[in-house]
Design a protein around this ligand. Structure first.
Ligand code: NAD
Length: 290
């Protein structure tokens, strides 16, 4: 590291709170080192109260870009100059690119989800997906899946503050893409069972299954799954949630959130450096299995 960092090294940041647990710094720094790229990636504890100052500072310091995570993803757009079409549709930004002082917000979570499936040899184009969640990650997946050609998406969410956002997502998808989207209340378990039954893939895109909801799932029992269903949980810590465990017991093809994490990072990496991330190397050194 001491040899690698010079007066020319460019900074890429990660701004979120909490953030010390993140594996993104290791992933990006391993990739920079492997390709001999002169960047360093560092995590900064930034919440909404210090976000504006941080972005101003990044502009002043000509920082090349950053990743953005909670609680800043849905707020940071206020301080940027431009948004990618997907970030605009999602109302969330997880990657910022600084092109000579012009800051553009992107969202790579949806690309990460779709690329992880492709990498695992799972083709969902033209098929039906049922997905639970209406937060930043869920919206990004729903928008990207619709843009990429998934035929039908049934979205479920509890009737919390995210439900309204899902209504907007469904409207946007139906108006702006060829995908048919429908929204349901997660309390309607008959509808959930019916929609999963007619889907090729089922995805959890909520925090149910990770701390503080670790060990929990809203899937009542194994009869909701069948062996030829693909079941994805975008949670990556733990790597096997209660829902994935249940799906494995039924014999479903399953995938955890590590692949999405890897490929959302790869998409951001390419936006900053113009080069593809060395995926095989990163999988090996970080022991990423999904
Ligand atoms: P968010 O806060 O924007 O959204 C939270 C979602 O969870 C909402 O839909 C909310 O209604 C739902 N929810 C919360 N409590 C619930 C409950 N008790 N029952 C049912 N639904 C409930 O969060 P986010 O950023 O969208 O992240 C959601 C999950 O996705 C987190 O577990 C996060 O770790 C994971 N994630 C993974 C990746 C990846 O690369 N694999 C990327 C981003 C997020």
């Amino acid at each position: 590291m001491a040899e690698r960092i010079t007066g020319h090294t460019e900074l890429i940041g990660l701004i979120a709170y909490p953030i010390r647990h993140s594996s993104s710094p290791r992933m990006h720094n391993e990739a920079f080192a492997k390709l001999g790229l002169d960047y360093a990636y560092l995590a900064f504890e930034v919440d909404n109260s210090t976000l504006e100052d941080t972005i101003k500072g990044f502009r002043a310091m000509k920082v090349r870009g950053c990743n953005v995570s909670m609680p800043n993803k849905t707020v940071v757009h206020k301080y940027l100059d431009k948004l990618s079409p997907a970030a605009e549709l999602c109302g969330a930004v997880n990657t910022i690119v600084n092109d000579n002082g012009v800051l553009t917000g992107h969202i790579t979570d949806g690309i990460g989800f779709m690329s992880a499936l492709k990498d695992a040899g799972i083709d969902i184009i033209g098929k039906k997906m049922t997905i639970v969640g209406a937060g930043g990650a869920a919206t990004a997946i729903q928008v990207q899946a619709a843009l990429d050609g998934v035929a039908e998406i049934s979205i479920f969410n509890v009737k919390d503050s995210f439900f309204e956002r899902a209504q907007k997502t469904v409207k946007d998808i139906n108006e702006k893409t060829n995908c048919k989207a429908t929204l349901y209340d997660l309390a309607d378990l008959d509808a959930l069972k019916r929609e999963i039954e007619s889907s090729f893939i089922f995805t959890n895109a909520t925090g149910v299954g990770m701390k503080p909801l670790e060990g929990q799932t809203y899937i009542p029992d194994k009869s909701f799954f069948r062996p030829d269903l693909v079941v994805v949980d975008i949670i990556y810590s733990p790597t096997e949630t209660a829902m994935l465990k249940m799906a494995k017991e039924v014999g479903c093809r399953t995938m955890n959130g590590l692949g999405m994490m890897l490929f959302q990072g790869a998409a951001a990496f390419e936006l900053w450096t113009g080069q593809p991330m060395p995926i095989a190397h990163i999988k090996e050194v970080m022991n990423i299995k999904y």
